[in-house]
Write a protein that binds this ligand. Sequence first.
Ligand code: HAM
Length: 429
Amino acid sequence: MAIKRPQGTQDILPRQTALWQYVEEKIRSLCRRCGYEEIRTPILEATELFQRGVGMETDIVNKEMFTFRDKGDRSLTLRPEGTAAVARAYAEHKLYGQTPPWKLYYLGPMFRYEKPQAGRFHQFHQFGLEALGTADPLADAEAIWLAWTLGAELGLRGLALQLNSVGCPLCREKHRAALTAFLAPQSADLCPDCLVRLDRNPLRVLDCKNENCRARTAGAPALPDYLCPECREHFAAVRSYLDELRLPYQLNERLVRGLDYYRKTAFEILAPGLGAQNAICGGGRYDGLVEEIGGPPTPGVGFALGLERLLGALAEQNTTPSLTEPPCYVLAALGPEARRWSAGLAAELRAAGFVVLMDLEGRSLKSQLKFADRRRAAFTLICGEDELARGNVLARDMRTGEQREIPRADLLREMENSISKERRVKSKE
Ligand code: HAM
């Protein structure tokens, strides 16, 4: 039986990779403009990093990690997210010893053992960013602005920004007591997952998607009403920055996020047309995380955006751009001697920066011209025995069908001229 890819994973084939590269380039450009630098951390991390960082009671750590023992009996995990790993690298390399803040971004695969469905995979890709060493609410607003602006620059319409503050441990303790008192009398009506949450982390009950649980939690004590003065002030400042940046947001008191490290700001960006998995981006502030994993107390804020969901939203809205490729040249050689000679010519032209394709199957001239048509080549450079004897190539303009012999020595210059002429024509259009 033929071997298939593992469940919940995807192959990204050449036509799609062009689109991925386009989106990744937009991301890199936006990050550069906002002063974020790229960080690359391992795909494998010590399991304990996520247990301590993301939290033992979260679904991610409890149910969704790809964890195994290596040959040295160490427990390793395929990273389910990037924030804990960036915080680990920050502490491990003592980046805090240098002038803060560190504004870092990453692009790469993450792994979660969730039930595969539309927009939810075992291996997926995130663009994430983290600003470490700053408690300034402007950093929260700047991160949110960047995520929002990426969507806008890609032409996405109908995005919704949801915002909440989940406070600090101080506010949460008071809120937890009130929430538990509110939920306890109704515990018999909660779903089995929420019964466990009620005991371990009642805040997560507010986030349950079960209709019955949602009905039971209507009117439950809302976290923003329990914020301490510092958290309240921070939340107000973030909101006023968002107003100044003209980012429309909806306050959502139920937005608690599925990772335990959040403090103060929490946000998500939802895209229309994606069904249940409509969160393309989620993030917030995590001022205790670096300390939790053994570093010094360090504030931090960031987000991660799911690239499969972002591309899904673009496809849903027919906003995928038509990507223009540089003009290509097909070198059509006929006969073994001409092929050898053409191989050298192709290498020379490629080294000079041209996209040059050669037939690899010894096909006839007719098929090579068809191939050139299919690849939308600007020119086919034909080299048969006669041209070879004269040291020339026959250049066929694929748009007009015109043909002209050019001495090999002049070819590079002629091609450079024709390209710049084409560019001139295009820029006039
Ligand atoms: P998260 O909300 O767990 O946050 O994930 C962020 C985004 O990754 C989601 O909004 C979604 O687009 C995408 N995503 C998550 N799971 C899957 C999946 N199974 N399949 C496809 N896409 C998925 C975090 O990961 C935090 N580290 C974000 C953060 C950074 N907070 C602060 N800094």
